[in-house]
Design a protein around this ligand. Structure first.
Ligand SMILES: NC(=O)c1ccc[n+]([C@@H]2O[C@H](COP(=O)([O-])OP(=O)(O)OC[C@H]3O[C@@H](n4cnc5c(N)ncnc54)[C@H](OP(=O)(O)O)[C@@H]3O)[C@@H](O)[C@H]2O)c1
Length: 269
């Protein structure tokens, strides 16, 4: 179970993947709620444009495929802030793909950004959250600063629930990320370090702008950010939204493959 977060004032938040879309909107919502927010993404220019004027924002550009950069940035944050309260991995890459046009380079990039980057993020953040939670007493003297139990979150997708058309490479990375977050939660629950899994439905961002199909229950990034902030108010592991879409996807996911595949096949073209 996670500790509900109702008051973001003074909370030290690191968002990776915050230059556009859901991550940028979430950073803006949390800054407005009084949090101190470190924003990371590759594009220093876009971070500057969006957050350069925000006094409570710290701009830390990086590429998630560089595990060393994630480690160094986590160390810098703990040094500067004395700790991290919420670490949120939003970075993601998406290229629609079909079985007859497998693009190995694009698939590798999605695996690197959506999955391996999440591992590197956890490797950089979890030991520090554990240190803060007092689990690694003596081993990490000097880190941690203010004692406090933090949490780590990952933005996966409803596309990770089951196989979907056009998500030949993206879907498996998100399915693996969901599994990874669940395994992390199992390991970390006794320590008090929180783990959250964020599964959005369709959100209008640069990532989905390339979709050539009508996206059901499409939300704005601001609405997605509001749903995430609302989700943190609860202790639940998963934050999924919009409910009218995710409930339907969850129901579909319960079907045996002999029913699921022909049903979803109808939307495949
Ligand atoms: N939009 C949707 O409908 C939807 C639905 C479900 C889940 N999601 C997930 O939500 C997350 C955010 O997506 P979005 O829709 O908001 O897309 P987006 O606007 O394209 O945002 C993606 C973010 O990830 C960053 N990023 C990409 N590659 C990176 C790298 N190698 N290193 C560091 N940062 C990197 C991008 O910044 P730079 O390009 O500056 O690096 C950007 O800030 C993704 O994980 C996506 O899979 C989206």
């Amino acid at each position: 179970m996670n500790r509900p977060v109702r008051d973001w004032r003074g909370r030290r938040v690191w968002i990776v993947g915050a230059s556009t879309g859901i991550g940028a909107a979430l950073a803006e919502a949390l800054l407005a709620a009084g949090a101190r927010v470190a924003v990371s993404a590759r594009s220093a220019g876009r971070l500057q444009q969006r957050f350069g004027e925000a006094p409570q924002a710290v701009l830390l550009p990086l590429d998630v495929t560089d595990a060393g950069a994630l480690e160094r940035t986590a160390a810098t944050l703990v040094e500067t802030w004395g700790g991290i309260d919420s670490a949120i991995y939003v970075a993601g890459d998406y290229v629609p793909m079909r079985a007859w046009a497998i693009d190995l380079a694009a698939a590798r990039r999605m695996i690197d950004v959506n999955l391996v980057g999440a591992f590197a993020f956890a490797a950089a953040v979890v030991p520090r959250l554990l240190a803060q939670a007092g689990e690694m007493k003596g081993q990490r003297e000097g880190l941690g600063g203010e004692a406090g139990r933090g949490d780590i979150a990952f933005v996966a997708s409803v596309a990770g629930y089951r196989g979907l058309p056009k998500a030949l490479a993206y879907g498996p990375t998100k399915a693996a990320l969901i599994n990874f977050a669940e395994s992390l939660a199992l390991d970390l629950q006794p320590s008090g370090v929180g783990v959250r899994l964020i599964n959005p439905g369709f959100v209008a961002t640069p990532l989905t702008a390339q979709n050539d199909f009508a996206m059901p229950a499409l939300q704005t990034p601001a609405a997605a950010a509001a749903a995430i902030v609302a989700g943190y108010r609860s202790a639940a592991f998963e934050i999924d939204f919009p409910k009218r879409f995710t409930r339907f996807m969850k129901l579909l996911a319960l079907l045996p493959a002999r029913l699921y595949l022909p049903l979803v096949r109808r939307f495949a073209d």
